[in-house]
Design a protein. Structure first.
Length: 387
């Protein structure tokens, strides 16, 4: 199904994101635009704008890279939580990833791109650049599957082309390269290397984990936990509100993109931690918090986040940080409110595909974050990024 971005300006943060990312390509040769008024529909999340874009390489510069190497899995540090991350490299993903890379109690064993806002290969290459920020380029990075398991759900092309662009020049070029394995293969390799130890963190579609489980159903029993940003449980979804061409008011983007994969992950029997819109809608970066954050940014990671956020205030007075909320509450669950729920993923109702519906007649299969102590989350974010 072909979709076109026809939501009017001011109605959708995703449309704003597309316009912002396209405009930023011109920043190197034009003065910054005047601030744009905040859309009146404040219930709709606003984007974190990507800063000044680096021009895409020329065809000569895009010569075929050397053959990828097989991934070497880092040795396990028993004092830290081992995680594997999948990411669609939307506007908030870089901050969530830098947070986890900076956290003293987290060990990131691998990262794979997932289908979503960015296309999978450019997204993976931008992950490599984030690793260069914190000097952790020994972490293997893989490219995920480029389409959903079934159907044709995807983000509109205009939004995706903007997300594919590299970040500003303050984020260094990567010296490392992508690994030979796909995201699904690398995920399985990490979990099988340390069975029963690894938490899989999903910051995008569930496609690659579902592929790994299809290939080896026993992988579920060797996965310690799955933790995700996604879904909407007691609140409306955000798809039609942000893109009116899609008649789905119940689902959230990450889980809608590959609703079949989502259903397979939820039914796999792996312990699930879920951070839906119920919680993420409560957390915004406004000018006051940004000023505090920027004044306290000392580390390379914190300074990169400040730069990533700074340009967004040319376009909006506040914005949401969905995946960042998930990363923080995973590591500090006491700052959030939780419910044990049975979550059913809708796969057979055309206008509700990907909806995460609670079922009172079933045993719980997920711990669902429904509220957040915002001041404590903001304090933790500054503290960890400065570590």
């Amino acid at each position: 199904m072909t979709r076109r971005p026809n939501a009017p300006a001011g109605r959708s943060w995703k449309v704003w994101l597309a316009l912002i990312l396209s405009a930023l390509v011109l920043f190197a040769c034009a003065p910054a635009p005047s601030p744009t008024p905040v859309p009146t529909r404040t219930a709709v999340p606003q984007p974190i704008a990507t800063p000044t874009a680096v021009p895409l390489p020329t065809s000569t510069e895009m010569a075929a890279p050397p053959a990828a190497a097989t991934a070497a899995i880092p040795a396990l540090d028993t004092d830290r939580m081992p995680v594997f991350i999948t990411t669609d490299m939307s506007s908030d993903d870089p901050v969530a990833i830098l947070y986890l890379l900076s956290h003293p109690e987290v060990q990131v064993l691998g990262i794979g791109s997932a289908d979503g806002v960015a296309h999978v290969e450019p997204g993976a290459r931008n992950v490599l650049r984030l690793l260069a920020v914190v000097g952790q380029e020994d972490i293997p990075v893989a490219v995920g599957r480029a389409e959903s398991l079934e159907g044709d759900h995807s983000f509109p092309g205009l939004w995706r082309s903007g997300a594919d662009r590299p970040y500003g020049s303050f984020i260094p070029e990567a010296k490392a390269d992508l690994v030979e394995e796909s995201t699904a293969e690398l995920l399985a390799k990490v979990v099988n290397t340390y069975p029963g130890e690894v938490t899989v963190v999903l910051l995008g579609a569930h496609t690659d984990l579902a592929l790994a489980l299809r290939d080896d159903p026993d992988l579920a029993g060797r996965t310690k936990r799955v933790f995700m940003m996604g879904g909407a449980v007691h609140v409306p979804g955000n798809i039609q509100a942000e893109y009116s061409a899609i008649a789905n008011e119940a689902a959230e983007w990450n889980l809608w993109v590959d609703y079949v994969a989502t259903a397979e992950v939820f039914s796999a029997g792996i312990p699930l931690g879920m951070v839906p819109l119920d919680a993420t809608n409560q957390v915004r970066v406004d000018r006051a918090y940004f000023n505090e954050f920027e004044s306290k940014a000392e580390s390379a990671a914190a300074k990169a986040v400040a730069q990533l956020w700074k340009s967004s205030f040319n376009f909006s007075s506040q914005f949401y940080i969905w995946d960042v909320v998930a990363a923080v509450v995973m590591m500090s669950p006491d700052i959030a409110g939780w419910e044990s729920l049975a979550i059913e993923v809708v796969t057979d109702e055309p206008n509700n595909l990907g909806q995460t519906r609670p079922r009172a007649d079933q045993p719980p299969n997920a711990e669902v974050c429904v509220s957040v102590d915002v001041p404590r989350l903001q304090e933790d974010l500054i503290r960890v990024l400065n570590h």
